[in-house]
Design a protein around this ligand. Sequence first.
Ligand code: IYR
Length: 241
Amino acid sequence: MHHLIRFNLYASRMMSEPAPPASPSGFVSLQHVRFTPAESLERARAFRAELASRRSVRRFSRDPIPDGVLDECIAAAASAPSGANKQPWTFVVVRDPATRQLLRYAVEEEERRFYSERITDLWREDLRPLGTTWEKPYVEEAPAVIVMFRQVHGVEGDRRVPHYYTQESVGIAVGFLLAALHHAGLVALTHTPAPMEFLERLLQRPHNERGFMLIPVGYPAEGCRVPDIPRKSLDEVRIVR
Ligand code: IYR
């Protein structure tokens, strides 16, 4: 069935439009390293093991992050693919302690409302293994909080220009960021207080930016414990056709 649809789309395009040029101007040669099958499997295994050891952390030490590390991780995240390469993201690094304190109060105000009014019984049950409450000391204790913003459209001079697939694009960039931070030996948390308008006000973002995620980053507090929760097995998440 899929093959038929693909074929028909392809056939109709063939008849109505000229094929796109094989290599439009403005292309460069792909830099690609081809590993042997054995190297490839070994690298895939090592990467899987490294990523699988990443955990969301909610208790941070106040130890500072070495100079330059966050910038490298953010640059890695900003290399993510995005709709029409619009790169519709802004990373606000909040290091100033006074701003982190303001951020904590604002976050806790939203979370207090969530835990007392908006949460459903089932949701409360689902969160029990994580041990979360409205209290968010990590926003203040972590040496940095990266607040990611999604640009719903671009701005060129006084014109608004479209952005595409911004949720997907920023989501991919968050994935890259988490992997980069973990690889650099830092721990982080993906925190999504809702609604997030307060982030836009507090961090004075322009009209085209929406708060997407708050990511406290640093080192775990001494004796930090994390919930003993399983990942689904490969067989539960992957099917082969
Ligand atoms: N934002 C709240 C609640 C929360 C919701 C989900 I879904 C989580 O996976 C974890 C927490 C909080 O941060 O406490």
